[in-house]
Design a protein around this ligand. Structure first.
Ligand SMILES: [Zn+2]
Ligand SMILES: [Zn+2]
Ligand SMILES: [Zn+2]
Length: 133
């Protein structure tokens, strides 16, 4: 976790470490309200700045499904300041409302003649493994 901050060349302030630890704790994407609940004390501006830096540095990514509130999750793939390169699907469970980053064996390659794809996101909606029993 500390190495993650080091590799992405951003300074490891105690607050950044604390926020990163929260994202690491969850196996799914979380909205800012969850991060705020987990933090003992925080300054809203500092938190927004931290989230912005994490997004820009490829440490976390933002997921918005159907225009709902943004969720954030740790980037497991090689994301950096040049962009996010995810090879997983964003799955929203209609029962528990949680958004998951789901790894797939083979992420499709899509070629659009005359268009240049910088980022490809696949979103799915249904029942997660906990709700689909
Ligand atoms: Zn990413
Ligand atoms: Zn569910
Ligand atoms: Zn994801």
């Amino acid at each position: 976790m500390i190495n993650l901050l080091k590799n992405k060349k951003i300074s490891k302030t105690p607050f950044r470490k604390e926020v990163l630890a929260i994202f690491n704790k969850y196996n799914n994407a979380i909205p800012l309200s969850v991060v705020e609940k987990e933090l003992k004390a925080f300054n809203r501006i500092t938190l927004y700045r931290t989230i912005k830096v994490f997004l820009e540095k490829g440490i976390i990514h933002e997921i918005t499904i159907n225009g709902e509130v943004s969720n954030y999750a740790i980037c497991k793939e090689e994301c950096d300041t040049l962009g996010h390169h995810h090879q997983h699907i964003h799955f929203k469970c209609t029962s528990c409302g949680i958004i998951f980053c789901v790894e797939v064996d083979k992420f499709p390659t899509i070629i659009l003649p005359k268009y240049k794809i910088n980022q490809l996101e696949i979103q799915a909606i249904g029942l997660c493994q906990n709700c689909n029993l």
